[in-house]
Design a protein around this ligand. Sequence first.
Ligand SMILES: *Cc1c(COP(=O)(O)O)cnc(C)c1O
Length: 384
Amino acid sequence: MEKVKISLARPDVSEQDIAAVVEALRSGRLSCGPKLEVFERDIAAFVGSKHAVGLSSGTAALHLCLLALGVGPGAEVITSPFSFVASANCILYAGARPVFVDIDEKTLNIDASKIEAAITPQTRAILPVHVFGRPCEIGQIMAIAERHRLIVLEDSCEALGARVNGQSAGTFGRAGVFAFYANKQITTGEGGMIVTDDDELARVCRSLRNQGRGDSAEWLEHPRLGYNFRMTEMQGAMGSSQLRRLGEFMQGRADVAARYAELLSDCEEVILPTAYPSNITPSWFVYVVQLRDEFTEEDRNAVIQKLREEGIECSTYFPAIHLQKYFRDKYGYRKGDFPVTERVSERTLALPFHPRLSAADAERVTSTLKAALSTLPARYSAAR
Ligand SMILES: *Cc1c(COP(=O)(O)O)cnc(C)c1O
């Protein structure tokens, strides 16, 4: 019997989104036009930043920011090894060196108390990630950065809508970056955005995304080496349309997270996402649970395999960045270098998660998960 698949993520595209994209297509202006400018103004207004610069992806946005900030060869950038690889790759693209600092086991974000020990005379920037839409200890990180005169670039790609004391994630540092890939809180298919209050940084980023063109917009005048990291009018139109429903999406995601927490409250084998302090407004990106320490990576992989066999898409989230082959090869990282990250990444699994995941599907996911956990080797019975 073929089981109906429950997907890991699913974009929510409305008739209005489709109409907005069609309108852009019919406008005769497919790139470098008014829809992108509107989307940039919408994002800047939503997060409360002076500027927003739209890009072809979140990765491109991180890359350009580091270039525009002058972080390059010889510089070290402190970041988290527990993230999507793009947050560390952008440091390599810029020719700088990523310096990892282990995470806090409760928040899964970079452990701010360990940052100062990693600062050297070469450190230029801190690149914290708001992992899974939960803001990191940005207040502490800003204080450290001020003490040591370091730039802070926030990877807020998973955190659109998240707030700390009412202030948007992405607006604390010199710049913040959002992403609009299909699994993010809002999507433009592919896309990214830099937000900043720094006039000069915004100006340079606009030039760099458009082949290094000058401000005069003289068509073929290129005062600097730039890239083609532009966002299209179709993406801009879709972004503004999606952003209008961000509140609804965030509520839908929070409701699904609450339902999972309720359904898994009696499941002793797993650790659920840690509760948020009251000064934090989360923006749920994924729903990730951890098997308890008694379990192994093989146990976690067996659980994922069983869920997949039952038609439930789930995934490891995240494999540790420092243990990816090219990081090991380049910097000689080994297992044991960042023990909290490794322990967590060996035991996490992301469950199907999107704003419209039905109560029946959540029930099927959690009952299948419980059944899979009950088949793990009996040597773990002490944990039950
Ligand atoms: C999604 C994401 C990015 C950017 O991804 P793109 O697919 O390039 O838009 C960067 N960092 C993190 C942590 C992400 O989750």
